[in-house]
Design a protein. Sequence first.
Length: 561
Amino acid sequence: METTDVRHKSRTILEGRDRAPARAMLRAIGFDDEALSKPIVGVAHTWIETMPCNFNQRRLAERVKEGILAAGGTPMELNTIAISDGVTMGTEGMKASLVSREVIADSIELVGRGHMFDAVVSIVGCDKTIPGAAMALVRLGVPGIVVYGGSIDPGRFKGREVTIQEVFEAVGAHAAGRMSDEDLKEMEENACPNAGACGGQFTANTMAMVLEFLGLSPMGSASPPANDLRKDEVCIEAGRLVMDLLHRGLTPADILTKGSFENAIAAGAATGGSTNLVLHLLAIAREAGVPLDIDDFDRVSERTPIIADMKPGGRYTAVALDRAGGSKLLGKRLVEAGLVDGDQLTPTGRTIAEEVEGAEETPGQDVVVPVESPLKETGGLVILKGNLAPEGCVVKVAGYTRLRHEGPARVFDSEEEAMEAAQNGHIVEGDVVVIRYEGPKGGPGMREMLGVTAALVGQGLGESVALLTDGRFSGATRGLMAGHVAPEAAHRGPIAALREGDTVTFDIENRTLSMDLSDEEIEERLKDWTDPQPRYETGVFAKYAALVSSASEGAVTTPGR
């Protein structure tokens, strides 16, 4: 019987006479003969002192290493970068966020290939670290898993739980004279009490759950919050598990299928999760060579009811979901209803159905409702197409019921222009706010628009104004918002032809986003269009703008298969 070589990579760099110099250098930092004769497992993390989201990862890395050592491996720790969406939101710095996904993936892949790790565990936190780590694991093709550092605990403001979402919305309320200086300050001081990623079903918590259903994270591992001691045990177990994966030779290629991606979409849809999962799952699928199309998101979401009452559209945080029974409870409901394929594999080698069978539901919880009485009959993600978005755009319909909006376009060529108009009361009921040249190439970096959307919500316009952009929305965004409009303005997309006052129509039921222009009129307007001057001519942003694909393809920088 053929056995797996658990040192299938590291032998090349560490074994034999010719590798004496390599071993000599590693001895300098404490690796002895015994350590260098075992499988080498990379422990990647994204600790950084610029946000709470990843701040617990040094400690968690030690727990993962503890598990690897106990299971007979030698861990080697590496650190990569992260950009905080929340801290940079509304500034030029936000352009770095999506770019960071590629840098994170590239850097983990580079170290993994360069140092020939036999397996990898990646600890992740804020939004782009999660898909970035997943993309790297898929590229490396070695046994590996992703472990989520956990959600932040909710803060408290005037007797109620709050998250960073409420702080952004408070800015709009303050600008509209609906909140005092003192209350805004109190909200700011209490919304984020400790380490961990943003607390609602925003992008981080959405993607952490999605990776469990995709099969790259152990089922249930994401649920314990960042400051819960169970997270330490999750990480110790992750170290043991990756060694088991290595002995079994189980890699992401053995797990990732079209079915597993559809399970991941269903989990996001059932929880009213972030629209960013569209970009990220398209990117991961492209790395894995799995055929996934933007229309698949609409198809799966259409058949998947919303059964988790989570912010931003609902009432509860990720911590509340954990107390109710966590992702295993959600998984059990979806498996029993036939809404996810329970036969798909997880990193333990067991199926999803087997992993969620023992889910424990807290008596009286109302975070996850029965499939038979859902919060909404269909999921939270909708893909619209039309003469404004021939390649598609993404709308999140969780948390509200407005399915049609027709109004005059208010056209802005940057987020800053739109934010100034919103803050100064220049947006009124019925308007369609258009923010363009903020796409993957045009931004560059496809900024999120939480500042603008939260400002409108805070001013009481959330139910009467629509917004569309070739940029992105935060997972904390709520209201009628279409993001990822493709082709983007910087690629001569129809959004570049829009003018102030043109009528724009959102029609959710018919899945269209359109403007009141014929194809001939659009083309006539675009005759005078010229490729805009790059906002960055050198450096990482220039490189990204030159390489990045359309949002409808995941906004990736790797060559197509």
